[in-house]
Write a protein that binds this ligand. Structure first.
Ligand code: TYD
Ligand code: MG
Length: 460
């Protein structure tokens, strides 16, 4: 390694706090005095800047109106509708995509299926540093993705991968995972911040100079950040995250997308023979709902711009250890604690001394405040042992004063509920006031305006 380095490149150490550059590693940055902030990198000319067409070519400036927009025909479809949608309609030439998620969530499975779809438009190169060629082939066969034009190489040296890619110029290059890659040009160990960043940056240069769309798989650390902190997210054009909370369902989100919206989500289901798209997620998520059971509520959530009907379940039980425990799956535990306090103080429903379990069915994770009303009503329903009508849906944010606040995308939520046969909706009074009579009638549902949590519970 040292030999190659001596022959080919010079490395420098850049401070991650103030960008000061040193020729040797120091424990503390002499410029900003930050400890352990110097990270090795290759001293090189500035990397080419990403452009819409994805090719950095040092062209001269042109008027913005003359720039040709990316159209549908410039995008390559993966053959998986849910994935294409999250990408903004498919892969754009020269784009660098980071696909992140917890280990075991299904990144490699989704990737190999997408690559098989992409292989229809040309040869695809899949470089894996995680598994052997045999393992990769076995998985591809199992999920029906063994396409003759899908070439696989087990390699962790990014220079060798780049050599293959430059020689073949595939339609798509995929690297699984960026954390297993290293470049011998740096002394740092594989998986280190310096290596992850340098490898990603070399792959970005490849994508930008050749126009080959490149997909990187990245692991997520325990606290949810993509390893090789934030630096990778700056570098790439698209950051996709595959999430699952134990159940069979997976949600794919775009946290960043230079070529599309970050509002779209894709819903998938992990099956025995690969990952399958779920085109009607609300119906799937409600399929096993226990009708007439206390503590079960259907909320109309809107993840990104996509309305999703989800069942929230709550169970209130006598405290097993003198003091009430709270367990929340799929919703934020702190939010549940807040709602319990509001229920006790503002809605005469005090369960603070009891055990409370809240669960989102299907292993989906919901992060928006619009589900507050559903969580609170599920808890109240379980506490009172009274079931909520199975054709009632609700949404609304709960404030500390026990007020129900308006939420965005009211019409979309109602539309989805109506489509699935719900007949009654509890919605924030402000949302109902803003709804014009035509859209009101279009839902065909009985709309009940609620302005306080206590009033909402009385409506159940
Ligand atoms: P994988 O794609 O290897 O996850 P990642 O690359 O994110 O680490 O998927 C791992 C899990 O998915 C593994 O526990 C087995 C399961 N799985 C299925 O349920 N069905 C399948 O068809 C495949 C290939 C995997
Ligand atoms: Mg994997």
């Amino acid at each position: 390694m040292a030999k190659i380095k001596a022959l080919k490149v010079r490395t420098a150490y850049r401070c991650q706090a103030c960008a000061h550059v040193e020729s040797r590693w120091l424990g503390r940055c002499p410029a900003c005095q930050e400890w352990s902030s110097l990270v090795e990198e290759i001293e090189a000319a500035a990397p080419p800047r990403p452009s819409a067409a994805g090719v950095a070519d040092g062209a001269s400036p042109i008027s913005i109106v003359e720039v040709v927009e990316i159209s549908a025909k410039d995008r390559r479809s993966c053959g998986i509708g849910e994935l294409d949608r999250v990408l903004g309609g498919g892969l754009v030439a020269g784009c660098l995509v980071l696909l992140g998620g917890d280990p075991g969530v299904g990144k490699s499975t989704l990737l190999v299926q997408a690559l098989a779809g992409l292989a229809r438009s040309g040869r695809v190169l899949y470089a894996t540093g995680e598994e052997s060629v045999a393992q990769t082939a076995m998985r591809a066969r199992r999920v029906g993705a063994a396409d003759a034009r899908l070439a696989v190489v087990a390699e962790t040296d990014v220079e060798k991968i780049l050599a293959h890619a430059r020689a073949e110029l595939p339609a798509i290059l995929a690297v699984d995972s960026i954390q297993t890659m290293y470049t011998p040009l740096l002394d740092s160990i594989p998986g280190s911040l310096a290596q992850v960043r340098e490898c990603a940056s070399r792959l970005m240069q490849f994508a930008k100079t050749t126009g080959v769309p490149t997909i990187l798989v990245g692991h997520v650390t325990k606290d949810g950040a993509l390893a090789g902190p934030k630096t990778l997210e700056h570098l790439v054009d698209v950051v996709l995250q595959l999430e699952g909370d134990g159940g069979p369902y997976r949600i794919l989100r775009a946290h960043k997308n230079r070529f599309g919206s970050t509002q779209e989500i894709g819903v998938f289901e992990m099956r025995g023979a690969g990952i399958a798209e779920v085109t009607n997620p609300s119906a799937h998520l409600l399929a096993e709902r226990p009708l007439g059971a206390p503590g079960s509520v259907v909320v109309a959530s809107a993840d990104g711009a996509r309305p999703l009907l989800v069942e929230i379940q709550a169970l209130v039980a006598p405290a097993s250890a003198g003091v009430g425990r709270r367990t929340a799956a799929g919703v934020d535990g702190n939010r549940v604690s807040l709602l319990l306090a509001v229920l006790a103080q503002r809605a005469s429903c005090d369960v603070l001394d009891r055990d409370v379990f809240v669960n989102v069915a299907g292993g989906i994770r919901l992060g928006e405040p619009a589900i507050d009303l559903g969580v609170a009503c599920a808890i109240a329903s379980s506490a009172r042992g009274r079931a909520i009508d199975a054709r009632t849906v609700m949404f609304g944010e709960v404030g500390l004063a026990g007020e129900i606040r308006a939420v965005p995308l009211c019409e979309q939520r109602l539309g989805e509920a109506a489509r699935l046969g719900f007949t009654r909706a509890l919605i924030p009074a402000q949302n109902l006031a803003r709804l014009d009579p035509a859209s009101r009638a279009a839902t065909g549902m009985e709309l009940v305006a609620v302005d306080r949590l206590v009033a909402a519970i009385a409506e159940l």
